[in-house]
Structures are given as structure tokens and as C-alpha cells.
Design a protein around this ligand. Structure first.
Ligand SMILES: [Zn+2]
Length: 87
């Protein structure tokens, strides 16, 4: 837990809370809790490894606003948009 900024700690708390909620969700939900849970776990792992907030495709900072919107983001908004709609 060393070396996390206050902002990262806040994101981490949100991710831990979401993980706890997802762990209790059943399969009757329309979205798949396992997929979302895997995203949350991956974000927590990136945080432990000091890679949190860095885009996995272009290695630029994802940006505080995108991370506040979605703390489990692994891509910057540009790469996420590009993946959705390949040029
Ligand atoms: Zn990117």
C-alpha cells in the first residue's frame, strides 16, 4: 500500500467496495459479474504493481477524469474509443 497517492487510495477504496458487492451478486443479473469482477481485480493488481492509471495500449496517463468515471479503466479514453470503432 506504500506509494499510493490520496487519489489512488480513493480509487482503490471504490474498487475494493465494488469487488465486495460483485462477489455477492448472483448469476441472475443481466450483466456478468465475473467479467466486471475480473476488471476490478485487474485494476487492483495494476495499483499494487505501480501501473495504475497508465493506458495498457499507448502507455499514456489515462487521466483523472476518466478514472473517476470508471476506476477500473485499463485504457485511456482515446484507445477505448478506437477499440470500439476501429478506423
Ligand atoms: Zn491509450
Amino acid at each position: 500500500m506504500m506509494g499510493l497517492t490520496p487519489y489512488e487510495l480513493r480509487a482503490r477504496n471504490r474498487l475494493l467496495l465494488r469487488r465486495a458487492v460483485l462477489a455477492r451478486l448472483g448469476r441472475e443479473r443481466s450483466e456478468c459479474p465475473e467479467v466486471e469482477l475480473a476488471r476490478v481485480e485487474a485494476a487492483l493488481r495494476r495499483m499494487d504493481e505501480g501501473r495504475y492509471g497508465i493506458c495498457e495500449r499507448c502507455f499514456q496517463a489515462i487521466g483523472a477524469q476518466a478514472l473517476l468515471t470508471e476506476p477500473s479503466s485499463a485504457l485511456c479514453p482515446e484507445c477505448a474509443a478506437r477499440l470500439k470503432r476501429p478506423s
